[in-house]
Design a protein around this ligand. Structure first.
Ligand SMILES: Cc1ncc(COP(=O)(O)O)c(C=O)c1O
Length: 404
């Protein structure tokens, strides 16, 4: 057996299941889960239609790189969304969702024979980053997000000796779970560090189309372009249709950026055997070429967040995020001294609402677990169900009498 498998941590939902298995939720309430961040809005008809019309695509082996027409649709979308011009053949590659690409990229990039191979990850973070680093033979170094600065990841806190051995940095903007969008100044810092130390930046942008400010989130390619780095050296952006177009089951996304990295990534993927089905490639072209369904989807999230957030803000430390579909809420200190796990357990027991304790999404680093005292609420269900859950959370918090 590969001994590195033993280093993998249980997934947050597995840990939550273990922490709640003894609980018998109050049967007076029907179960509501704000736990899993899986899109639940309806898949647009135009995507379903494209699938129906492309079933012939199942009859042949698909190309690993993706059909030229799909890669061109992705490059055209990048041009419309970020005003960047990428070569569809050498700088764009289709992938089966960002999850597998985030993982596979580490296997392509990391040289485990170099002493102290390190992957820098935000904390809290999407757990694939850590598993990808470990299975590539590297060690993750966690950088905490700072609640005083809109949960920005404090890159400047990484010591020089860590940067020297860093081979890969994961950025998540908009962030899961914080919703924070990384500003240009921080991109500038990271690009300069990448230039100095030669590490690759993997920019996970899968929440980029669900946002609450007027201005759409800045993308990494857009930031590089604005800073005169249009060769995108050592930069790979990862984008997905899962959240943008409500097709998590289609497993469709793409990566774009540094042509030299893309070439090696394609070589790796050819052996790994991760080509997207021809049927879903056609459906993906339809999805990337249409913006109307994305606007409607975003509006639906905006209306939902506008209703739910103020309600929860009455009892939790929470505000509208920059983007994404999560609320990253601080739990009140009067309930079990602000312990996020106890809060999730109590809420499930009394009101049958599942939330994800923040400490399960982060690791202890630099003396703290930056997720502790917070819960992640995925507002993916329809608005009525989210409102019902929010009302129960309000009742739960108000039901607990502060101990003196
Ligand atoms: C931060 C982040 N990155 C990547 C993914 C993977 O998304 P997909 O593989 O569907 O593109 C998720 C899924 O929830 C996520 O939260």
């Amino acid at each position: 057996m590969n001994p590195l498998l033993g280093k993998l941590q249980p997934y947050p939902f597995e840990r939550l299941r273990a922490l709640t298995q003894e609980i018998r939720p109050n049967p007076a309430f029907k179960p509501i889960s704000l736990g899993i961040g899986e899109p639940k809005h309806a898949t647009p008809e135009l995507v379903l239609d494209a699938i129906r019309h492309s079933l012939g695509g199942l009859a042949g082996y698909p190309a690993t790189a993706g059909e030229p027409a799909l890669r061109q649709a992705c490059a055209d979308w990048l041009a419309r969304r970020y005003s960047v011009k990428l070569n569809a053949t050498s700088q764009v590659l289709s992938v089966n969702g960002t999850r597998e690409a985030l993982f596979a990229l580490a296997q392509t990039v990391i040289d485990p024979t170099r002493a102290g191979a390190t992957v820098v990850c935000p904390n809290p973070f999407y757990q694939i980053y850590e598993g990808a680093a470990l299975l590539a033979g590297a060690t993750p170094f966690f950088v905490n997000s700072d609640p005083q600065r809109n949960f920005a990841v404090d890159w400047s806190a990484v010591p020089h000796e860590v940067w020297v051995r860093t081979q890969l940095v994961y950025v998540c903007s908009p962030g899961n779970p914080t919703g924070a969008v990384m500003p240009l100044s921080e991109w500038k810092l990271l690009f300069e560090l990448s230039e100095r130390h030669g590490f690759v930046i993997a920019s996970d942008e899968c929440y980029s189309e669900i946002y609450f400010r007027d201005e759409p989130p800045l993308g990494s390619l857009q930031a590089a372009n604005a800073l005169g780095r249009s060769s995108y050296k050592n930069l790979i952006a990862l984008t997905s249709l899962s959240k943008r177009s409500n097709v998590p089951g289609m497993r469709s996304g793409f990566v774009a950026g540094d042509a030299a990295l893309i070439k090696q990534f394609l070589l790796y993927r050819t052996y790994h055997g991760s080509a997207m089905s021809g049927t879903f490639q056609q459906a993906s072209i339809a999805a990337w070429n249409d913006e109307a369904h994305v606007v409607a989807n975003r509006d639906k999230y905006r209306r939902k967040f506008a209703q739910v957030t103020p309600l929860l803000a009455e009892v939790l430390d929470v505000k509208l995020p920059d983007a994404g579909f999560y609320l990253w809420a601080g739990v009140p200190g009067h309930i079990n001294e602000g312990n996020d796990i106890a809060f999730a357990q109590g809420l499930l027991a009394q009101y049958n609402v599942t939330v994800l304790p923040g400490s399960l999404l982060a690791r202890d680093a630099h003396g703290i677990n930056p997720g502790s005292g917070r819960i992640r609420l995925a507002l993916v269900a329809e608005v009525d169900e989210c409102l019902e859950a929010a009302q129960r959370i309000v009742s739960f918090v108000r039901s607990v009498v502060p101990s003196r």
